[in-house]
Structures are given as C-alpha cells and as structure tokens.
Design a protein around this ligand. Sequence first.
Ligand SMILES: Cc1cc2nc3c(=O)[nH]c(=O)nc-3n(C[C@H](O)[C@H](O)[C@H](O)COP(=O)(O)O)c2cc1C
Length: 375
Amino acid sequence: MIWPDSRLLDLLGIDHPIIQAPMAGASTPALVEAVSNAGALGGFGATDCTPEELRTVIRDIRRRTHRPFIINLYLERNGAEEPEQGRVAVLRDALAPLYAELAAGAMPDPKPLFQDFEAQIAVVIEERVPVFSAHFGAPPPEIIRALKAAGTRILGTATTVDEARILEAGGVDALIAQGSEAGGHRGTFASPVEQAMIGTLALVPQVVDAVRVPVIAAGGIMDGRGLAAALALGAAGVQMGTAFVACPENDVHPAYRARLLQADARDAVLTAAVSGQPARLLRNRLVEVLEAHADAALPFARQYSLTTALRRTAAVRGDAEFLTMWAGQGVGLARSLPAAELVRRLVAEAEARMQQLNGRPTVGRQVEVTHHAAG
Ligand SMILES: Cc1cc2nc3c(=O)[nH]c(=O)nc-3n(C[C@H](O)[C@H](O)[C@H](O)COP(=O)(O)O)c2cc1C
C-alpha cells in the first residue's frame, strides 16, 4: 500500500497512518504489541497508572515490540478543591439504591482519582518513550523541551481550530483533531464544551487549513471508508478508539464488548455526569441515574470516584447496566476482530475505496466491509 501522504509515517516511523487510541482502563501492552507489529501505532492510556506501574508497562511493551508506540496522559487534574457537601448529599441519595441493589457497600467519599502527573511524565521522559500524547491541553513548555530532548514525538488533542493553534504554538509535532462523534472524554480545554461540539467532517479540514503540523482525524472512524475519507479531508492519518475496543487483546469486560457489538449511534450519549467531564459512552442505568442528577455533578474526576466500588461490583457480576462503556457514534460499525486483523482490513478497505474513487474498481480483489461479525 502506498499512502498518498507520508508525513505521519515519516514523523512516527510507522507503515500505515493508523493510530490505535490510547484508552485508559482499556488498552493493554498486548493490544499495543498487536497494533504496532502490524505497522500501525499502538497506544497505551496511562492516566490511571502509578509511576511504578507506568515504568513496568513501558518496559513490557518494549519487550513485546521494537516498533514505536504511544504513552498517553490526561493533563486535566482539577478536582483538587473540596466538593460542595450539598452536591455530595444529592449524589449519595441518588446512588444509594444502586449500591444497595448490587450489595456494593456504602458510597465512598469523593476523592481525586489521578496519579501525580509530574511523577508520571518524569517516567515517560526517563524511559525515552517514542511517542507521547496529551489529552486536555498543551504540556507546559519545560515538559515539551524535556520530551524533545529525549527524542520523544509529541501529539496533542484539539477539538476546535483555536485549540489546534494553541497546541501548535506550544510545540506539538502533530495534532489529533477530535470530532464530537468520538468515544471517551472530549479533549476540550480552551472553549466551553458546547462550543466545541464540532463533527469530524467539519473540524478536520478547518484544522488542516489553520496549522502546518500533520493533522490526525479522530471521531467516528471505524473502517477503511472512514480512513479514506479522513485522508480526503487533508488529514495525514487517523486515531481510532471505539473500533479497537472490541479487540480481544484489550482489557474491557466481556459484557462491555458484547454491548458494544449490539449498540448503535443512538446509544452513544455525551454527558459530564459520569466523570465530571463531558465524555461519550453507552447509555445504561448508571448513566441514566447520574444524568438525572447532572446539576449536582462534582468536578472531574471526583465525580467518577463516587461510582468506583459500584462499577467494580458490576464487573464481578458481569452486569453491563452499571459499567462505564466508553464508545463513539460510529459504534454501529464495530467489528469483533483481533487487532492485527483489524489493521490489515483497514488498510485493504482504504486502498479499495481510494481505487474506486479514482475510477479504478478493484476487480478480482474486492474487499468486503462486513460489520458486527467476527471473521
Ligand atoms: C474506551 C475509550 C477510552 C479512551 N481513553 C482515552 C485516553 O485515556 N486518552 C485519550 O487521549 N483518549 C482516550 N479516548 C479517546 C480517543 O483518544 C479518541 O479521541 C476517540 O476514541 C476517537 O473516536 P472513536 O472512538 O469514534 O474512534 C478513549 C476512547 C475510548 C473509546
């Protein structure tokens, strides 16, 4: 496959312009291994890791693959301030019946969830990680300088043209333009979220026109058609999360994977009521109860900490009504395939689609796009 745009391939040292989104709580070293060895770029979402765990993960990935990979961290660390007790009381009342139903004990007091960013990024720098990506803003200049000195490529996430300009000025090597279809947390950091709900089709070409660094399209891209479309918009590559959630190599609950494979776009709702930051995930009872009390939501990620024990108990029981199942609007196109096979199909499908668009039908090697079916 000869890709029409090699900027991202040259920058990141990969064969295909496909990035498997780093997914906190879902991506694993085995997933990264499969994707990176298939010539795309695997990513590990390390926000939840202690610095020691992060070092172990990086070394594990290095044992599994000699190819480049991403380590990703959230920059959003608010939630340090004490939450309003009135809100906590409302949420305690709302969640008490769910805790009782699952026999999950008492709702814990809200607490900040994240590990110490300074200590985490120090590990990323010391370990000379090939690619670092940030969600929720631009890393501070001294961290950008230290990463560059360590030979690390830096990606940032923009949800508006202004954010893209801020990130480029901050020194990132490439930009992820995250459209509003995307699964997981919106990376918005410089606008009110309601002004940053821009679909991938509208966002990508406007970001491409505004910056010089390569742009990576994210949000709603599930197959080779989406990849070809992103390249047509001027993106140098794509980042895909939801499509990789169904891969057996990752760490999601089988009940989540099963729901994902049955869901359609209507099920993938955007709400700040689950974690405290707007994020897209599959609707279930947990989402409905939290949404009904959205006015009382605590800051990110103290809000998320209120349901930790509930979600753990639900996982033990295999009850998808109380799991958080991050997914984007492309979910109806999810396929249950091993990650390397998914990468192979994405490449073949994009090639076929680009040939068709060039007026050269792929006679004799038509690539079928089949969804929601293994194999
Ligand atoms: C399960 C899941 C977890 C995610 N976790 C992270 C994360 O830890 N860090 C991050 O930068 N983006 C995360 N994202 C967002 C992705 O980077 C990306 O923007 C999104 O998946 C693109 O949209 P798509 O899901 O439609 O492919 C996550 C997405 C999903 C579906």
